[in-house]
Every structure is written in structure tokens, then in C-alpha cells.
Ligand binder design. Sequence first.
Ligand SMILES: [Zn+2]
Ligand SMILES: [Zn+2]
Length: 243
Amino acid sequence: MWFETRSLEDGVTHIWEPCVKPFYRCNIWHVRGRDRDLLLDSGMGVVSLRDRIAALAERPVMAVASHTHFDHIGSHHEFPERAVHRAEAAIMAQPTRVNTLADLYVSDEIFTALPPGSYSAERYEVAPAPATRLLEDGDVIDLGDRRFEVLSLPGHSPGSIALWESATGTLFSGDTVYDGPLIDDCYHSNVDDYVESMERLRDLPVRIVHGGHFPSFGPERYRTLIDEYVAGKRRPGCPAEVG
Ligand SMILES: [Zn+2]
Ligand SMILES: [Zn+2]
């Protein structure tokens, strides 16, 4: 099986690609809703997600992109309803090896076993998946019985978002906060924006955080990760780092 899945509490299923090495392996999140399901991110797209995961073909699914790096949006084209933050709509519609970071990161070395079929690292690219819904800060993704608020969190990339369900204290944080090396130096990253986004997130009353990579964590680890990032960027006496 290219994908593995694990059901968590609260109707959340974690889907991942075990043969992609951990640093590159995106967490794909599926949330059951009354009227529709939520899919946050979709992996590399080297194997059909919709064909392999029966639960995703059974019901209407809103496929949301936490942002548009290749490891997060590879299978979005398989879902008719797609949402992305306005700032990265152009990348979803016209992804390239450069603007999705595939050029920089995709090689045979990121896999422990190569994808089946005619896959080749040199030819890998993300299929265009123009958004049917553009997201902005404060928008709500409504599943009928569950509501996820869109938080716009530029920094890792300009259109990075998190989804916040206040009723359960669940935060899907994308690549903004996860328990691993955070990336703020790709072509459209912005460190000042990143710090601001982190400061905004810090006081959110989270109970559980599901990130874009690496294992999920609770509120204590969440605040430590945020504080460590912010402290690392704001060292007093090092004004040379600004700009
Ligand atoms: Zn990313
Ligand atoms: Zn990522």
C-alpha cells in the first residue's frame, strides 16, 4: 500500500505515504462531517489518493491546501471541490517544478521505495488544480456539524493557512508549526511575517495540534515550538539579522 491510515479521536483520520522519508512526508488529514468531509493536503500525487482511500470517494469532500508546496497538493486535482488561500491561487492553477519546490527537493533519495508505475524524479510535477474556492483569514469551512476557521499565517509561504476548530481545540497547523525543522528560507518565505504569525498563534487554546509533518502534539509542546522559533529570530543585539 502506498498510503497508510490511522483513525484518531474526533472523526479525524491521519493518512501518510510511508515510503516518503519523514522530512518530506506530508501529513494528510481527513475529517468526517455531516454534509461533507474535509481533506487537508493530499501528498505528492505519485499514486492516486482518491482511488486508494475508499472513504474519500464515498462522500463529498472539500480538499483544502494548507499551502502549495509539492508535498501537500499532489492529489488535489482528483477532487472537484478545492480551496486554497488567495495568495497561492495562481500556484494551484499553474504549478511548476520551481514554484512548488519540487525542483529543489524531489529526487529518488526522498523515498525508501520508489513509487510504482512510470514515476521518475526528473519528470515529476504537480497537476494543475485550480481552486473552486479562495480562502481568506476568518473564513469558515463548514462540514454541517463541524466548523473550521481559516487562519491566514504567512511566513513559510504567503498563502499558508491553519484550520482551527474551537469546539474541540483542534488546530491543523500546516507547515507553520510542526515538531521538526521549520522552513522559512524558501523563495516566497518571509521571516518577519512568520514571527508575526507565530505570535498570533501562541495564545490559541489548543488541545491537540496536527501539523503538516511529523507527529501531533499538545499545548505545551506547541508553545515551546513557537517560543523557540520566535526567540531564534529575535536575538537582542543582532540587528544585522533584520532584513
Ligand atoms: Zn511547505
Ligand atoms: Zn511541507
